[in-house]
Structure formats: structure tokens, C-alpha cells
Design a binder for this molecule. Structure first.
Ligand code: PA5
Length: 479
């Protein structure tokens, strides 16, 4: 057997807005005229990083650009220092947790869990949690809590990990762990879920504090309530969310990488994909730069009234990427009564719920198709009906047609319908859904968000508006 493994593909993702131009929403001349401003916004976004590193953050300014070169730095440290690198520590803990438990619950909200969910859904088996451990390659199931205070859904999760009346069991298949993710360390939703899980975990380990500490992995800022709690419990592994990386930009810190590695996602390839996007962003001229073209088209379309940006995923796997991006764009640019409204759709599913509106409703939408070139699994083909009938479903002429062929017809047919109605669409094409392309995509969307912020004069970092609900909620809880 050969020990030489084939090099996995590293094809670039691709952005194409020709249909938006053909629809007349955006013109080539308009895009060309925007070139100097896009160039300047790129330069300002990169200069933010230098300014932050040099300690040049202005008083009262939130500046979190350290996500930009984070993938490159993590990979370089891993290559250079290996056993003392952050990535090595993440992989070591991932292995320890993987071998110790059969379910991991990520406790977090907003940027502290949405990126993980995006990675999990995009890169793992679509029914990972339903598979027996052996078919999961010995990797734990992954669940999420701490993103709401929904009594019944929390109870439902407890039914799985701590069923009432079930005697304590040390069977591997009954063991579970929590990753508590909160940069501030003080978010109420996550903190109350943490208490609940700690109580149940303590029962599960027979109130042995050393064992408890081993199944609680906090990922948090250098200081704060969660960091204090981690010290009190004595957690052997605590991961830092570095300064200069905001919550919704933290997917390539331990926030996303640790749970991803636990469930078997190749985090090195994810980071390599992100680093490849960084190179294109820095080096490619505006006209061929996917980040800058994406920003330019979105901006010009918004000026023409397309204030709703529909990210229309043609893969079920990428829905959670869309929801992550909804949060990224909303929290970053929804400020000072400005900012487009992002909306995730999964097609063809949502053509049967939103399609009517997109085709004939208000002309306020730019639809970006998230299209996948090839499936990961063998192609399904339409079978014969068999002995059960005689073409009552009138599909005999399609026998042998593959699922990807049918989906391609749906993509083409939908775009044709939008083009006839002069509805602007663009394509963001992933050659396939794997770690490398997902790494590229997430980094592209994060870069695009900060560049657009600089283009329109909105600070993309921080989310001051979210404080109002928190303060009101706490005042009601502690009158
Ligand atoms: O992008 C952000 O900063 C937010 O969405 C946060 O991630 C979210 O509010 C959770 O905050 P924390 O990680 O401090 O609990």
C-alpha cells in the first residue's frame, strides 16, 4: 500500500456578479468608478491591523482587526514551534476530550457559537449526531446550549445527558463534556446554562472535582467571571480568545477550532483555506479580487435600493454558514440607521416559501447564490419505480438522472427566472464543500464585512446596540 497520500484539492472559490450587471442593477462602469474607494477601504482595513498592533487604538474606539492575519499566524507558529503552539494545544485537548466522552455541549451565544455550528454543519456528516460512535470515527456528538434561555429546549438536552432517574454510569457512551465559550465571560444566557451543566456534570462524575475539571473546557478572555470560575474549578485546559479578535470574528480561534477538531474537522486545512483567501485579498487587483468585488457589488446594489441581501445556499450544509454571516453583517454594519439586512435562504427548499416574493415582490433584494460545484458523496441517480407502479409519477424519462444534475437544472432555472424579471443575482461558487473551501469562504465574508464598513464609514467592530436589552433584562431581574 502506498504511503504517499494524494494532495487534497485547493481550488479557489469564485465570485461572479455578471447577472447583477446584466439585470442593470450594477454597471461595469459603476464598479470601475468604485475601484479607488475599494482599494482605499482595503488599505484602511489592513492598516487597522498595524494600528492595533502598534497600540494606536483611539480612546473610545473598538478595534478588533486581529482576526485578519490570525490563520497565517496560527499556521506559522504550528510549523515553527509545533509543541508549544496554540494549534498544538487545541489538537491535544481535542484528542483528550474526544477519547473521554461521547457528547460535547458547546455553551455560547452569537459569535461564541455560530461559527462552530457553521463548521459542524458544513464539514461533518449531515447526521453526525445520529450515527453510532464507530461510524462517527470515535468522535463525540456535538450539541449547543447557552444561546437562549428556553426552558424546554434546555430540559430536552438534559433528557439526553442526564435523564431523570437513570443511575450514574461511567460508560464512555454516557460521558459528556462542556465547552463554555464567552469572550466577556459574563453573558447571562451562557452563564446560566453553565451553572445548569456544572450541576449535572458534578452528579455525573460523582462530585469528584478533579474529574469535573477535566470535562469543562472554558474558552474566554484573559480575565472575567468565566476565567475566575475556570480557576476555581481547576480546569486543566483553558483557552484564550485573543485580544483584538471580536466574538463574531473568532471562528478561527479556539472558539471554533477546538470543537471543530473534537468532531474530526481538519482544522489545519480550514486555516490553510483562510490563509489562501488572505493572500488573494491582499494581492489581487480590485477587478479580480473576490472580497472587493463582493463588497463593490453589494454596495452599489444597496445604493439602487437592494437593501436586503439574500444569501441563497444551494446546499443544506451551508445554511448555518448563512446564519453565521447574518450575524456577522448585522452586528458589524447595522449601525447609525445604516447597513443592509442579510437573509439566509436554502434553495430549492425556500423557493417554496420565499420564491414568490423574490420573483415578484419589492425590488429591494440582491440574491447571492452559494453554489457548490461537486458533491462529496457518490451521485445518487433516479431509480426505476420498480414493480410498485407503471410510471404513475411520470418520471420514467428521468431515470438515471443524478441528484446534482437535477439541482443544476434548478439553479439554472431559478437564475433564468430572476434574469427575466431583472432581479439581480450573483454567484459565489465553492468547487466543493470541504475544509479548504469553507476556510476560504468564512475568511472572505469576514474581510468583506470590515472592508464594507471602512467603505461606508461604519466601524465594523463592536456592537453597542446590543447593550440596551442586556441592561433592561438585568434591571428586571435585579430591580
Ligand atoms: O460578535 C460578538 O461580539 C457577539 O455576537 C458576541 O459573540 C456575543 O454577544 C457573545 O458574547 P460573549 O462571547 O462575550 O459571551
Amino acid at each position: 500500500m502506498s504511503v504517499i497520500r494524494p494532495k487534497p484539492p485547493e481550488d479557489p472559490i469564485h465570485y461572479d456578479a455578471a447577472a447583477t450587471i446584466a439585470a442593470g442593477t450594477v454597471s461595469r462602469a459603476g464598479l470601475e468608478a468604485l475601484t479607488p474607494r475599494l482599494d482605499a477601504a482595503r488599505a484602511e482595513s489592513l492598516a487597522d491591523l498595524d494600528r492595533w498592533r502598534a497600540g494606536g487604538t483611539r480612546p473610545d474606539e473598538v478595534l478588533d482587526p486581529a482576526f485578519i492575519d490570525l490563520p497565517d499566524r496560527l499556521l506559522a507558529d504550528y510549523a515553527r514551534e509545533r509543541t508549544t503552539s496554540e494549534l498544538f494545544a487545541i489538537l491535544q485537548t481535542a484528542r483528550r476530550i474526544r477519547e473521554a466522552v461521547d457528547r460535547v455541549i458547546v455553551l455560547g451565544i452569537g459569535g461564541s457559537y455560530m461559527g462552530t455550528r457553521a463548521l459542524f454543519e458544513a464539514c461533518c456528516h449531515p447526521f453526525h449526531n445520529e450515527l453510532p460512535r464507530g461510524e462517527r470515527g470515535g468522535r463525540p456528538r456535538l450539541s449547543f446550549e447557552g444561546f437562549n434561555m428556553d426552558n424546554d429546549s434546555a430540559q430536552g438536552l438534559l433528557d439526553l445527558v442526564a435523564p431523570a432517574g437513570k443511575p450514574r454510569s461511567d460508560d464512555l457512551l454516557d460521558r459528556w463534556a462542556v465547552l463554555v465559550v464567552s469572550k466577556s465571560g459574563g453573558t447571562l444566557e451562557t452563564a446560566v446554562a453553565t451553572r445548569l451543566c456544572l450541576q449535572k456534570l458534578a452528579d455525573a462524575v460523582g462530585h469528584d472535582q478533579k474529574r469535573l475539571a477535566q470535562v469543562v473546557v472554558p474558552v474566554t478572555g484573559k480575565s472575567g467571571r468565566l476565567a475566575d470560575l475556570a480557576r476555581a474549578i481547576g480546569c486543566p485546559d483553558v483557552f484564550d480568545i485573543p485580544d483584538g479578535v471580536g466574538g463574531r470574528f473568532s471562528v478561527f480561534t479556539a472558539v471554533g477550532l477546538l470543537p471543530a477538531a473534537i468532531v474530526g474537522i481538519d482544522v489545519v486545512r480550514l486555516l490553510e483555506g483562510a490563509a489562501a483567501m488572505n493572500r488573494r485579498f491582499r494581492e489581487a487587483p480590485v477587478a479580480t479580487n473576490p472580497v472587493l468585488q463582493f463588497v463593490g457589488v453589494g454596495h452599489l446594489a444597496e445604493e439602487q435600493g437592494a437593501t436586503i441581501r439574500v444569501l441563497s445556499s444551494w446546499s443544506n450544509r451551508l445554511e448555518a454558514v448563512g446564519l453565521w454571516y447574518d450575524q456577522l453583517l448585522s452586528e458589524s454594519l447595522g449601525k447609525a440607521e445604516k447597513g443592509a439586512t442579510p437573509l439566509t435562504a436554502v434553495t430549492t427548499r425556500d423557493l417554496h416559501s420565499r420564491g414568490q416574493q423574490h420573483q415578484e415582490g419589492r425590488r429591494d433584494k440582491l440574491i447571492t447564490n452559494l453554489v457548490v460545484g461537486e458533491p462529496r458523496r457518490d451521485r445518487l441517480t433516479l431509480p426505476q419505480l420498480g414493480p410498485y407502479g407503471a410510471n404513475q409519477d411520470k418520471l420514467d424519462d428521468l431515470v438515471g438522472t443524478t441528484w446534482p444534475e437535477m439541482l443544476a437544472a434548478a439553479v439554472g432555472g431559478t437564475n433564468e427566472a430572476y434574469a427575466q424579471a431583472k432581479r439581480p443575482t450573483a454567484d459565489l461558487v465553492l468547487p466543493r464543500v470541504d475544509e479548504h473551501t469553507v476556510g476560504q469562504l468564512l475568511q472572505m465574508l469576514m474581510l468583506a464585512t470590515v472592508v464594507e464598513g471602512r467603505l461606508v464609514g461604519t466601524n465594523p467592530y463592536g456592537q453597542p446596540g446590543v447593550e440596551a436589552y442586556k441592561q433592561n433584562m438585568m434591571r428586571r431581574l435585579r430591580p
